[in-house]
Design a binder for this molecule. Structure first.
Ligand code: TRP
Ligand code: ZN
Length: 881
């Protein structure tokens, strides 16, 4: 494990390296604990670099076995090698020379899952961000593009399959039952995109003919016997390939595209050129084992990694500060893909819920950073919701400002101008300035300034003057190390909704900031006047969530109800109802703190029944509208002095009120949505299931609820319904025999399938109430659980800390203490996983004082531990700062 050196990397310190490595040839002789890696690097002095410049290559825990320059052994005095660095103080004066390095690795003891490691007997690599330096000494930075030739040798029986990037050039047999394969990737790429997989795996094959008629061989590699679980992933891959041609004019560029699913993986998946490697959770699926959410995730992540081929691989990042250049843009592209494959409004609502749940708390807490950070200690900690999700929102805003056509022209120019380069955020913004002639400099602040802007909005109408006025004021709250904020360019899509529910034409705005249904907020304060407006309209603002901001709108209460029913923008319709629910829950929380019983407006409760039964609305939309703001959402909106127990009680009271007042409607609808046909994971079928399961969640509160949920569980013919019923039983009726029986039946049936058992662990870890802590502690001893597998850890400990407000935030602090100790245990093996888990404590300052004190103790327990990894120390110290 690499402990913290305290080194800080800064954007302003970027400078090109003195040397480049145009060609890299690697030979791997695979062995579980003595793999030999021979690297033959063609090194060239960069144009203009000093002849005296030393060559400094990065390593991480390396053992150097051999070093040669231009084929001759290098004298010990001519270089300095440590596990973390190789320095050649005086390289040859020739412009180009050949450096040969041999290192020895132990993949089987590599538990950090970075570099070359073993998972389920398969050799596998992960090099982003800085894992390549755990394989050989290299200029391991994304602006060093090299053409790779890779030879892999292994025993034929242990590893019949030998994969790397690019196209397969040669295969053959060797002595002693060994064999080899040579792979060549003609596209120069940064080292973080290098990959190797070797082992014994099953495969699903197919092919794809590109728009220009080239045939590409496709393979999805999975454990033997799991092939039939890979067909959905293959289908999603082919749809992604077609979509990128149609939506962005991007064609695939190699003869082969492979995907490999592995069971130990730190994140979702990795876009290695021509050889994407996936967490098996995001590949394997069928109706017996995967929920609709799993299918949607698989589709999105397969697309995401595939889309990186252009946004990330063909055009990569100059340095890691530019991470959003590939991640934000690629998330935007996968969002658009899913929107096209499914329901666009439903997809948008889901995206916004995710952004608010993950990015807003990051932006509003101690880990806040700009979409393009300016400094980091550990880059692994910047694969964040801000870089990914807010990064995607920034791209979406560019499209809103330019319009779809101009946006596409800008993207075309980006691909044309920067193909084969390591680019920057400035390069990206510039193509849109160039195609549109607009100045996007103020807009570019979205990349450089952290924090979620807030807009205070009020409206007034003068019937005599037939004038409607909107006043908007912007502010950006301070974030760590950025106390003074500059004014942002915020594109707000809007509509003025008349009493017939139709948008009023508003040609008559007097403020130049209004353009094509968008108010461009650029100043601190805007007053926008609309003339010729006879009747007071309802203001529908930030339609489609055109900007990632918070709004404080002073508005008539009836407007919000009206918009919840009549806004022509479905997102805003959902938003209006969700805002009403959130406001009611905050009021109930305040009542609860004062010891009063929560009470909810009748209109609000009735509206739930009306929305549920509105056949004009998609099933999935209705399910989302009926899903109450989560406990964490409510806590975030309240902002400080949080008592999670009071939030829980308030939310339960609203759920009960909705169920009781609308029992008849909900029951009838529940019955009518029963479906006995063949399973299909398509969006419409998934929406139907989502609504029915949402209805069950309400009905389960009423008398007979446990029986109903138990029947739903027994009758389920797919995992979506089965898991939903099990969660409802466990969370609402955990003490009943029905719940215990269902948990036992589920375990009995799926014991042998770890990915399905993850759901079983999560359902139990997220049961509300203090007692769940002991349950989770006991489950860490469950034979199917192991601290060494990231999916298991996230399913049990991760969800406990992020999705169980009442148990994790137990008033006695026992939840935090358990969690801190688990993080420390995991850190010894896998620092990256531990650091990511630890971010669950980031909102500790918004808790009430007692809990705040306990959470702080847990953070201090971690920070006081000696020899912490750079990953974990960085997170805890920023969280405590
Ligand atoms: N680039 C990957 C993606 O977004 C994510 C990633 C970064 C990753 N670092 C990783 C995946 C480490 C696994 C392990 O698609
Ligand atoms: Zn990505």
């Amino acid at each position: 494990m690499r402990t913290d050196t305290g080194q800080v990397f800064r954007l302003e310190d970027y400078r090109p390296s003195d040397y480049i490595i145009p060609q890299t040839s690697l030979t791997f002789r695979l062995h579980p604990d003595a793999t030999s890696v021979l690297a033959e690097l063609t090194v060239a002095r960069r144009h203009g670099a000093s002849k005296n410049a030393p060559l400094i290559l990065s390593g991480d825990g390396l053992v150097l076995k051999r070093i040669e320059l231009d084929g001759l052994p290098l004298a010990a005095s001519a270089y300095q090698a440590s596990p973390d660095q190789l320095i050649i103080p005086a390289p040859p004066s020739a412009e180009t020379f050949r450096l040969t390095l041999e290192t020895e690795l132990s993949p089987s003891t590599n538990s950090a899952l970075m570099g070359l490691f073993r998972t389920n007997g398969v050799y596998c690599t992960q090099c982003e961000a800085e894992g390549f330096r755990r394989i050989t000494y290299f200029l391991d930075r994304p602006d060093i593009l090299s053409v790779y030739t890779v030879r892999v040798e292994a025993p034929k029986n242990a590893a019949p399959l030998l994969l790397s990037n690019g196209n397969r050039q040669e295969t053959g047999d060797l002595a002693d039952g060994w064999h080899y394969a040579v792979w060549h990737d003609p596209f120069p790429k940064p080292s973080y995109l290098f990959a190797l997989v070797a082992g014994d795996l099953g495969v699903v094959t197919d092919s794809f003919v590109t728009a220009s008629g080239r045939k590409v061989d496709l393979g999805v590699y999975v454990e033997h016997g799991k092939e039939r679980f890979a067909t959905y992933a293959m289908d999603a891959l082919k749809r992604s390939m077609r979509w990128d041609e149609e939506a962005f004019g991007r064609e695939y560029d190699l003869d082969i595209f492979n995907i490999v699913a592995v069971s130990d993986f730190n994140m979702g998946a990795m876009e290695n050129k021509g050889l994407n490697i996936f967490n098996d959770k995001y590949v394997l699926a069928d109706d017996e084992t995967a929920t609709d959410a799993d299918f949607a995730n698989i589709e999105a992540i397969i697309a995401h990694e595939y889309f990186h081929n252009w946004t990330g691989n063909r055009i990569t990042c100059r340095d890691w500060f530019q991470l959003c250049l590939k991640e934000g843009l690629t998330v935007f592209r996968d969002h658009e893909f899913s929107a096209d494959q499914r329901s666009r409004p439903v997809k948008r609502i889901a995206e916004v819920r995710t952004l608010r749940a993950h990015q807003f708390p990051e932006d509003q807490g101690p880990l806040a950073h700009p979409v393009r950070p300016r400094r980091y200690r550990e880059i692994n900690n910047f694969y964040t919701a801000t870089v990914y999700e807010k990064g995607s929102e920034v791209v979406r805003m560019i499209r809103t400002i330019l319009g779809a056509e101009m946006f596409r022209a800008g993207m075309d120019l980006y691909f044309e101008r920067h193909d084969g380069e390591a680019a920057t955020v400035e390069d990206f913004v510039k193509v849109f300035e160039d195609v549109s002639g607009r100045d996007l400099q103020q807009f570019a602040l979205w990349y450089n300034q952290a924090g979620t802007p807030n807009l205070t909005v009020s409206t007034s109408h003068d019937a005599a003057k037939r004038e409607f006025v909107i006043e908007i004021e912007q502010s950006v709250p301070p974030t760590p190390s950025e106390s003074r904020k500059r004014l942002m360019h915020i594109p707000l899509a809007f509509g003025l909704v008349g009493s017939d529910g139709k948008d009023i034409a508003h040609g008559g705005a007097d403020d130049a900031a209004v353009e094509n249904g968008v108010i461009h907020v650029k100043k601190r304060r805007h007053v926008v006047r609309f003339s010729g407006i006879a009747e007071r309209p309802a203001l529908s603002l930030n339609r489609g969530f055109s900007a990632p901001v918070t709004l404080s709108v002073e508005q008539r209460g009836e407007d919000q109800f009206f918009l919840a029913r009549h806004d022509s923008d479905p997102f805003s319709r959902w938003q209006s109802y969700n805002t009403l629910l959130t406001e009611a829950l905050i009021a109930a929380f305040r009542d609860g703190l004062g010891g009063k019983q929560p009470r909810f407006p009748e209109r609000l409760v009735e509206l739930a029944g009306i929305i549920a039964a509105d056949e004009e609305l998609e099933h999935a939309f209705r399910a989302l509208a009926l899903s109450l703001p989560g406990e964490a959402d409510i806590a975030r909106e309240i902002g400080k002095n949080i008592d999670p127990d009071v939030i829980f009680v308030s939310r339960e009271a609203l759920a009960a009120a909705v169920a009781q007042s609308n029992e008849h409607v909900l029951r009838k609808l529940y019955g009518s949505l029963e479906f006995t046909g063949r399973f299909s994971p398509d969006a419409a079928s998934a929406g139907r299931r989502a609504l029915r399961n949402m209805l069950l969640d309400y009905l389960a509160i009423l008398p007979g609820g446990a029986d109903l949920a138990s029947r739903h569980f027994a009758d389920a013919t797919n995992m979506t319904d089965r898991a939903a019923a099990l969660a409802i039983l466990t969370h609402r009726h955990g003490e009943t025999e029905q719940a215990k029986d269902a948990l036992a039946a589920f375990e009995e049936r799926y014991r042998a399938d770890p990915l399905v058992m993850d759901k079983w662990l999560t359902i139990q870890a997220t049961a509300p109430g203090a007692a769940t802590l002991e349950k989770v502690r006991a489950l860490t001893e469950y034979p199917g659980f192991t601290m060494t597998n990231p999916n298991r850890v996230r399913a049990l400990i991760g969800t406990f800390a992020t999705a169980n407000q009442t148990a994790f935030n137990r008033a006695d602090g026992a939840g935090y203490d358990f969690f801190a100790r688990a993080v420390l245990e995991i850190e010894g093996r896998n620092p990256q996983l531990a650091a990511r888990l630890a971010t669950a404590l980031r909102s500790w300052r918004s808790l009430e004082p007692e809990r705040q004190g306990k959470a702080r103790e847990a953070l201090l327990l971690i920070s006081g531990t000696e020899n912490l990894s750079a990953d974990l120390r960085d997170i805890v110290e920023r969280t405590l700062a």
